[in-house]
Write a protein that binds this ligand. Structure first.
Ligand code: NDP
Ligand code: PYC
Length: 338
């Protein structure tokens, strides 16, 4: 088997739709998930592209998700958009709430969207880039399952808890970063396991609390946060903002909810958006230029901006009309249709 196969966006979406409907997702959720996975794969996001179809299938098999849930946006007259995902996957809820968040941010200067009662498996950059595409700055956070030990701890209390931020740039790709607050995302450890590769040092401990580079021992033990106590504190902040603040579950509670059944974590998602026109007091153009000066100074020394690799992959894959996907992954995804 050759190492990679070439898939066009249409082939990726088609494969995803077939798998998702086969395992039990209704057409609205299947479409939202398939579009997201295609978008991520076209950016060469390996841990949260087509690979995530396994997690979507496992989530359905676990029996707790509603594959036909219709998210409800609650009416509000303040700057908070609340969307009840009704026990479905988060993506449809995000799509439904997005226009309300954009409108409230333009009205109030700052607004937030709290998505409740959702299963969540996806990368966060598409959420924040949907807002930077509207000329707004945004950040997003979610908990996950309690796989990650706090700094100095020996067992999982925290989630892999990604934090994403996007800043709109006139005529250019936005400044975006999106990463787990664990040293590695869980999906990345799963990919190391599939590839039979050892992890770098400092990513995980085994179930006895000893440092390990064995992906399976890491999955059975606990992951570590990036940046020691600093990443650990950021991760706790994400638990609080995307959990108790918005009346939803922490990673510990999400893990308890799953009762060992596997699949995507179940919790909330918080997205905060800022309107630069209002924050800059009418001096957006001048302030944008100051931000550009900072980016130029970073690039000038040979450093790269976060998401630069991803945008380059997007440009390359879009121009040639396909992305390269591991042949083994493609083979294993087709087997989900059996
Ligand atoms: P990575 O470590 O792969 O990358 C994190 C970010 O850092 C990216 O924006 C990346 O840009 C940037 N970056 C990487 N190297 C450099 C560099 N040398 N200089 C500047 N910037 C750099 O991310 P993770 O593995 O931690 O997370 C992957 C995905 O997993 C994320 O999209 C995240 O949302 C998702 N995730 C989702 C979870 C969930 O519960 N839903 C849980 C955990 C993670 P670039 O892409 O251009 O390389
Ligand atoms: O990669 O850590 C992860 C993850 C958790 C939920 C979805 N992705």
């Amino acid at each position: 088997m050759s190492e990679t196969v070439r898939l066009t966006p249409e082939e990726m979406t088609d494969l995803s739709l077939k798998v998702l409907s086969h395992v039990g997702y209704g057409p609205d959720h299947a479409q939202a998930i398939a579009e997201l996975l295609t978008t991520c794969q076209m950016d060469d996001c390996q841990s949260h592209g087509l690979f995530r179809l396994f997690m979507c299938a496992q989530t359905m098999q676990a029996g707790k998700i509603d594959g036909h849930a219709q998210p409800q946006v609650a009416p509000s007259d303040n700057a908070i958009v609340r969307v009840d995902a009704q026990g479905g996957m988060s993506l449809l809820a995000f799509q439904k709430g997005l226009p309300h968040l954009v409108e409230k941010t333009r009205t109030h200067g700052i607004a937030a969207m709290a998505i409740n009662r959702c299963f969540h498996f996806s990368a966060l950059w598409p959420e924040v880039e949907a807002l930077s595409a509207e000329g707004l700055a945004a950040m997003a956070m979610v908990p996950s399952h309690s796989w990650v030990a706090p700094a100095g701890g020996t067992r999982g209390s925290l989630g892999t808890n990604p934090l994403a931020f996007s800043w709109p740039r006139m005529g250019k790709d936005p400044f975006t970063f999106d990463f787990a607050t664990s040293a590695f995302a869980r999906g990345e450890i799963e990919l190391y396991k599939r590839a039979g590769k050892p992890l770098p040092e400092g990513v995980a401990i085994d179930k006895d609390g000893n440092a390990t580079t064995d992906p399976q021992a890491a999955l059975d033990g606990a992951m570590l946060t990036f940046g020691g106590y600093k990443g650990s504190a950021l991760s706790i902040m994400i638990e609080l903002l995307a959990g108790p603040l918005i009346d939803d579950l922490t990673s510990l509670e999400s893990m308890e909810f799953a009762q060992g059944t596997g699949g995507a974590p179940y919790h909330g998602d918080i997205i905060i958006a800022f309107d630069p026109d209002q924050f800059s007091g009418g001096r957006r153009q001048a302030n944008d230029a100051r931000a550009e000066r900072l980016f130029a100074d970073i690039l000038d020394q040979g450093a790269r901006l976060p998401s630069q690799r991803r945008f380059a992959a997007r440009a390359r894959n879009t121009a040639r009309g396909y992305a390269e996907v591991s042949a083994q992954l493609h083979h294993d995804l087709l087997a989900l249709l059996d």
